[in-house]
Design a binder for this molecule. Structure first.
Ligand code: PLP
Length: 385
């Protein structure tokens, strides 16, 4: 008998979470009711932002943020190639062009010096990603954005609860985006959120997620009025009350979740310390990562085998290792449409060929970490066919 399959990430749903969702199902509001507002208020307070606007997914939230930042056809936004494709796609949804800038070698977050080189008169925004949960170089990016009059959007889908120089991610950039996909820190099944300190942006986000209509059904009910006006082209990107009740219940455990992830990372570091060919992710001074992922880099020469060999050996041992990410510009769609080829972003591409995401989620046991570490240590000597 082999060991059970260990995924790289997994949701955590308790009886309280289930009771919260059932409570919403028994209420008068299945969507855009009081639970949405409660979840948004609690989320904004948790991350230290004035406003939080919920969306039906992180991808929809990115679309909302790009729209609120004023990205229109002809505009450019500078972003990282080492991310999930949704980060760059939101610029395309607005008719703009994503422009990539290479990453820093240590954190694998977008390199502010590279961003500055890519800015043109058409640039409207910078979209940074907090890769694996480690906040991007936000102060330096802020300075670049201010120097050129750009919006700073932060894709913090990996980083709820992360800290940067004493501040919590979500209250730092102009617009910060979160995802509630089951593999992320908190889940609503599908869901997302944008936080901001600016009331005008919050209002625009709320309108955009509701067809571009200037009032919500609940506001009209309260005002005793039927009147509504569609003032821009929006979408139905609303999060339901059922999902929001679940999200609110999950949010209460975020601190516990972050602590457990940190303990597991510590155990990984100790267990892997004797393997010079495994490079663990860094945490820069002044930063607390949210540790969404634990992506190590396999030094092919020192290991005497390639990343894909290690990947196959661990998968054969029922360990759900993964690769985050194939650089966005190397996907077929981006190659065909923009003519990208290999070599365009050497730091991101070199990292990609070495990256291997080890399992990390709060329900993992210490023994799970030890099992992964032991299999990893033995992988170069194993046959992978
Ligand atoms: C998960 C994720 C998204 C997309 O979120 P969904 O809720 O799945 O739409 C976007 N960017 C990054 C970096 C992500 O990890």
């Amino acid at each position: 008998m082999g060991d059970p399959f260990l995924p790289y990430g997994r949701h955590h749903v308790t009886d309280d979470d289930i009771a919260a969702a059932v409570g919403a199902l028994r209420s008068d509001w299945l969507t855009t009711g009081p639970a949405v507002e409660r979840f948004e208020r609690a989320f904004a307070d948790r991350v230290g932002a004035r406003f939080a606007v919920s969306f039906s997914s992180g991808t929809a939230a990115l679309h909302g943020a790009a729209t609120a930042a004023g990205i229109v056809p002809g505009d450019e936004a500078v972003t990282t190639p080492l991310t999930f494709c949704a980060t760059a796609n939101c610029v395309l949804y607005c008719g703009g062009t994503p422009v990539f800038a290479d990453v820093c070698e240590d954190t694998l977050n977008i390199n502010p010096a590279e961003v500055e080189k890519r800015i043109t008169p058409n640039t409207r925004a910078i979209i940074a990603v907090d890769y694996a949960g480690h906040p991007a170089d936000l102060d330096t990016l802020r300075a670049v954005a201010d120097r050129h009059g750009l919006a700073l959007i932060e894709d913090a889908c990996h980083a709820p609860g992360a800290e940067y120089r004493g501040r919590t991610v979500g209250g730092i950039s102009d617009l910060t985006v979160f995802s509630f996909h089951p593999v992320k820190h908190l889940t609503t099944g599908e869901g997302g959120m944008v936080t901001t300190d600016r009331e005008d942006l919050a209002r625009r986000l709320k309108r955009f997620r509701n067809h571009g209509i200037d009032t919500e059904a609940r506001e009209r009910l309260a005002a005793g009025s039927w009147a509504y006006d569609m003032v821009e082209l929006g979408f139905n990107y609303r999060l339901s009350d059922i999902a929001s009740a679940l999200g609110l219940s999950q949010l209460a455990r975020l601190g516990q979740n972050l602590r457990r992830r940190r303990q597991l990372v510590h155990r990984y570091r100790e267990a892997l310390a004797g393997l010079p060919w495994v490079r663990c992710p860094v945490e820069r001074a002044g930063v607390r990562s949210a540790w969404h992922l634990f992506p190590v880099r396999i030094d092919e020469e020192a290991a005497g085998c390639c990343r894909d060999h290690v990947f196959r050996v661990l998968r054969a041992a029922n360990i759900g290792v993964n690769v985050h990410y194939r650089p966005v510009h190397l996907h077929t769609y981006y190659r065909d449409r923009f003519g990208y080829c290999e070599g365009a972003f050497p730091v991101a591409e070199k990292a990609f060929s070495a990256l291997l995401t080890l399992p990390l989620f709060p329900g993992m046991t210490d023994e799970d970490v030890d099992r992964v570490a032991a299999r990893l240590a033995a992988a170069p000597r194993e046959d992978s066919r």
